[in-house]
Design a protein around this ligand. Structure first.
Ligand code: ATP
Length: 314
């Protein structure tokens, strides 16, 4: 079945997922993955990423809302969706006695137009292990085999659940490079990750979940821009600087949150110089994806800004 190139790769609308026992892990999530784009689904443990992915992958039914993959229902239209989709779960579940090459050959039999097995093995740099039994692979090598299985059928849409967890830094970079190549070739991707650097490097857009809800979405710049920069020092409370700051003082620890880092810092230094005041341990930090992510989780948990600051500075 063909679909219009204008159809979104993935369309999630007001998705809900309630488990037996009544717990609602996904509580009305909506987002889109456009064609040729990589969207990273982020969130703290238990945010609902896997619960959402499993519905999109057609492995579980939603209890509300809808999911479309290339315009089709991943469960009802399973036979037409499946050939266009590659899925990398947290474990592929291949029999441990099969070798790497045998696993891929077996899987190739289920694909419509698979890559040559040797090419898939080469893509994930497992050539030297092609005759090794799956159960003898290291955790990182198994992850790479999982990725080879996911890309074997030349999917139009790739779903990746924590694709680089357990990989050493070199293999992680090699995986990023492979994903960037697939992206450049037009593959659409949705991935979950706990590595913010991975999201920053690869993602066109982010969707951040917390307790089953979308709490932020957009490009990395969009998400970061919604959070203020910080200036910290030990000393006296400053006067009004450029006027848009939030100042908190705990003992002699002063924290200034500002949307105009340069302006606030210039005014602060001018005040300190004119008043001959020392700003001990002065530090100025722009918002980063990490501070934005921690702030979003902390805001939702009702925690104090000072706790976030301590986590970011350790
Ligand atoms: N089978 C289940 N029955 C009941 N609750 C479940 C079940 N599976 C997951 N949950 C709950 O649903 C919530 C979301 O879990 P989910 O695995 O989707 O989170 P996640 O964002 O993928 O987390 P992680 O980053 O730890 O993988 C959690 O509170 C979890 O305890």
């Amino acid at each position: 079945m063909t679909t219009s190139p204008d159809t979104a790769a993935v369309e999630v609308s007001d998705l809900r997922r309630r488990y037996h026992g009544g717990f609602e892990a996904v509580r009305g999530v909506s987002f889109t993955v456009r064609r040729g784009e990589l969207v990273a689904l982020l969130g703290t443990n238990g945010a609902g990423k896997t619960s959402t992915m499993e519905v999109i992958e057609g492995l579980a039914r939603p209890s509300g809302g809808s999911v479309r993959v290339l315009g089709r229902d991943p469960i009802r239209d399973r036979t037409t969706v499946r050939p266009d989709v590659g899925i990398m779960l947290q474990s592929s579940g291949m029999p441990g006695d099969l070798t790497v090459a045998e696993s891929l050959q077996l899987w190739a039999g289920t694909c419509t137009a698979p890559r040559p097995v040797d090419e898939a093995i080469e893509l994930v740099r497992l050539t030297e292990k092609s005759g090794t039994a799956v159960k003898q692979l290291s955790g990182g090598e198994q992850r790479r085999l999982d990725l080879a299985l996911a890309v074997l059928g030349r999917p139009k849409v790739l779903f990746l659940d924590e694709p680089t967890t357990g990989l050493d830094p070199e293999s992680r970079r090699a995986t990023w490079s492979l994903l960037a190549t697939l992206l450049a070739e037009g593959t659409s991707m949705l991935l979950t990750t706990h590595y913010l650097e991975e999201a920053e490097r690869l993602a066109d857009r982010l969707v951040i979940l917390h307790e089953g809800l979308v709490v932020a979405a957009g490009t990395v710049d969009d998400v970061v821009a919604a959070h203020p920069a910080q200036i910290r020092y030990h000393g006296l409370r400053p006067p009004t600087l450029v006027g848009n700051e939030t100042v908190t003082v705990e003992g002699d620890r002063v924290t200034i949150l500002t949307r105009s880092l340069q302006g606030s810092l210039t005014a602060l230094l001018a005040w300190a110089a004119a008043s001959q005041i020392e700003l001990a341990h002065l530090a100025a930090t722009p918002a980063t994806l990490e501070t934005a992510f921690l702030a979003l989780s902390a805001e939702r948990n009702g925690r104090l800004q000072s706790e976030i600051r301590d986590e970011v500075t350790v």
